[in-house]
Design a protein around this ligand. Sequence first.
Ligand SMILES: Cc1ncc(C[n+]2csc(CCOP(=O)(O)OP(=O)(O)O)c2C)c(N)n1
Ligand SMILES: [Mg+2]
Length: 406
Amino acid sequence: MPPLPDAPTCFELLARMALIRRFEEEAGRQYQRAKAGGFLHLAIGEEATIVGTTSVMRSDDYLIGTYRTHGHAIARGTDPRRIMAELFGRVDGTSGGRGGSMHIFDAERRFMGGYGIVGGNLPLAAGLALSSQYRGEDTVTVCMFGDGASNTGNFGETMNLAALWKLPVLFLVENNLYGMGTAVERHSAQTDLSQKAEGYGIPGRRVDGMDVIAVREGVAAGLRTAREAQRPTLLEAFTYRFRGHSAADPEVYRKREEVEEWREKDPIENFARRCVGEGVLGEREVREARELAEQEVAAAVEFAEASPEPPLDTMYENLYAFTDYPGGWYAVDERSPEPHRGEQEAEMPARARELAEAGAAYAEIEDDGPRPNPALQGDPVEGHARSEEAEEALNASEPGAVGEDA
Ligand SMILES: Cc1ncc(C[n+]2csc(CCOP(=O)(O)OP(=O)(O)O)c2C)c(N)n1
Ligand SMILES: [Mg+2]
């Protein structure tokens, strides 16, 4: 068992885990009171994996997570008051109240979110690490994701590029044994998740994710490899969420005894006990850590309650794709330097619809020649008139049903 660090570090680890625990208990309560909206995923039980990781990161390193990341933001130093305000949908929230629980973000502390798409943060992590490499900085990206995310295509694609480009990134799979209600043995052919990137040349290790000190050691080693040798690693932390997947989870997929067994491994209780047992902290300090957490969370709720809702007329602010010209370019037609005509949706919505409908209409009929070319305006392909069936099908197709049959 790795030795305990000095007393101030132990106190900080304990206080941070206690704060996350208390914050999330309260977030769950506020959700039941309908003060917090949207979805709510709690990481109660996973605090050692979170705090162990961030405690050895540099303040200029990047962290990117999933939709279960209130704790990750708190561990990175984000003001809990602003996180609670985000859950409440208030202007003082970390995303101005527009993102909610799944989209906590704090660029200043290099906590890069907060993503609802399982595995969606992996390629972004590679991008962050690439930016460090590109700019010649020695910052490292830590990417945390779930066991379920290790089955996504994004996982393999990201491992490949990270290994190929020697990116300074540490992948940390928070293996809490379930992806929603599906146990690891039922969702992953390879249940030793630390081995899942070996085929890409990325070495893996396993750590006890319920032991904050073990996590620190594992993460510190991965950070060194990334920072000094520019090599990615994969760390698998065994952990467990004591609560359901989200606030609305009847938990029929696991037994009460299993949860009880894991509760015995409570990362906060056990760490506090060890610190006291080894004489590094006193009972008084343990109490103090809990009291501080209590006060900070009470202040967070008060702050969130007092923060106003965003004015309705700001509803469309900060939207990435809301302009007078929403139609992006989907591709570049290499045959001409001009943008592909069929792709300028905003300029010719009627034409775009017509083309889409034509595509749908042609889908059902025998192919007796070249299809219309969406790149060309006017009639379909030169010299090739629509067949009668196509014309009929086109006339019968409902306007507005664009793309639905395609
Ligand atoms: C691409 C995608 N597929 C499915 C979902 C629905 N979904 C949300 S959470 C989840 C389970 C993910 O499990 P895991 O990666 O182990 O993370 P955990 O919730 O255990 O932290 C699924 C399937 C989603 N959000 N995104
Ligand atoms: Mg999981």
